[in-house]
Design a protein around this ligand. Structure first.
Ligand SMILES: Cc1ncc(COP(=O)(O)O)c(C=O)c1O
Length: 387
């Protein structure tokens, strides 16, 4: 998904020497890194000097620090958010023949992970205001083969976990949170990552806490699940040379852990900046005709990995083009729900997911976005929607 970011930022950049104001990028990773450049370089030097690159002190320290920051008992670094999902599903005992209920309105990894463990993703429709898994729709697709629910904390807001947990409890299902987009989010004061049996996080560079490469994490409060994740991510070894299962080579490496340790202490402040930008968008866009600002679930602390509005009346693509013509980048997450992608194509109809795929538009909201850049986005939307 995020590979498109750079193209979008570039597409929005006017050429050198022309008179247009500077582009408003969708995100600007060099700007984020500049703030911490010296510390990041010192962290890299520390790892290079130590010569310990895999499962060393940086990963151990990062796992401790992130577990403490998230308020969970266990945090285990892995190679990516996708691997975190795969390994957590395996640790929960999901296997071939099982069904796992998930959202069709998410990044491909969510469903892909289910398929990779040999299980079948079963899609349930989403809610139009918060874009996430609708617990009522989930209940309707529970079958004798269902083993787990995999809700996505989409765009930085926790899914409706109390309702989803109660569906899970009724049918004896496990709950795995896809928290890839929601580090630092919470619901009723409980953090994403501690709202299910286990959770998967991603440190893909564009995430609210991004590595300088791939990285992921599994969290859980359950000692047995944690032990199983530790086995699986290191080739299925229960101890030195004791291979008890077919596992993976899936480790967060020392360099990424060291870099993430520099960024972690800033996460709360960065998420707060995203919330302030979102509050301003809410205020300034709420009265625009045909635009619906994102809903926040009561009790949720949203971390706005994306600030995603709906543009109704079939005008989304025209509005996006009008913004682009002013040098303002925006993105569409997700242009089609997963049950309409070739890999998962079915005859199934999920009307809400299908409809919002035509309406959603994500606006720039990273913590590095400047006030004057946000003003241009708001003015651009005002002129596009009032035309
Ligand atoms: C909702 C969701 N799930 C899973 C992933 C997979 O994470 P990764 O790219 O680290 O494998 C991502 C991120 O890209 C995501 O946005």
């Amino acid at each position: 998904m995020t590979l498109h970011h750079r193209a979008a930022a570039r597409a929005a950049s006017p050429g050198r020497g022309d008179q247009q104001p500077a582009a408003v990028p969708f995100l600007d990773i060099p700007r984020e890194l500049d703030e911490l450049r010296e510390e990041l370089q010192a962290a890299m030097e520390r790892v290079l000097a130590g010569g310990h690159f895999i499962l060393g002190p940086e990963v151990a320290a990062f796992e401790r620090e992130v577990a403490e920051a998230l308020g969970v008992r266990h945090a285990i670094g892995v190679n990516s958010g996708t691997d975190a999902l795969v390994i957590a599903l395996r640790a929960l005992g999901i296997e071939a023949g099982d069904e796992v209920i998930t959202s069709p309105f998410t990044f491909i990894s969510t469903a892909e992970a289910i398929s990779l463990v040999g299980a079948t993703p079963v899609f349930a429709d989403v809610k139009r205001d918060t874009y996430d898994l609708d617990p009522k729709a989930v209940r309707e697709v529970v079958s004798p083969r269902t083993r787990a629910i995999l809700p996505v904390h989409l765009f930085g807001q926790t899914a409706d976990m109390p309702a989803l947990r109660s569906v899970a409890e009724e049918s004896g299902l496990a709950v795995l949170e896809d928290a890839a987009q929601a580090i630092g989010a919470s619901l009723g004061g409980a953090p994403a990552g501690a709202l299910g049996d286990a959770a998967a996080f991603s440190f893909y560079p564009t995430k609210n806490l991004g590595a300088c490469g791939d990285g992921g994490l599994v969290t859980t409060d359950d000692d047995r699940i944690a032990e199983r994740v530790r086995q699986l991510h290191g080739h299925g070894a229960a101890g030195r040379d004791t291979y008890v299962d077919v596992g993976y080579n899936s480790r967060l490496d020392e360099l990424q852990a060291a870099l993430l340790r520099v960024k972690l202490p800033h996460l709360e402040r960065w998420n707060e900046r995203r919330r302030r930008l979102a509050a301003r968008y809410d205020r300034e866009l709420a009265d625009l005709p045909g635009l619906v600002v994102p809903a926040v679930r009561p009790g949720a602390c949203h971390v706005y990995h994306q600030y995603t509005v709906r543009i109704c009346g079939g005008r989304r693509d025209a509005v996006r083009e009008a913004l682009a013509s002013q040098g303002i980048a925006s993105m569409v997450y997700y242009a089609r729900p997963l049950h309409q992608r070739p890999v998962y194509a079915t005859e199934q109809r999920l009307p809400v997911a299908e409809r919002i795929a035509d309406e959603v538009l994500s606006l720039p909201v990273t913590h590095t976005l400047r006030d004057e850049e946000q003003e241009r986005v708001i003015a651009g939307l005002r002129s596009a929607l009032r035309e």
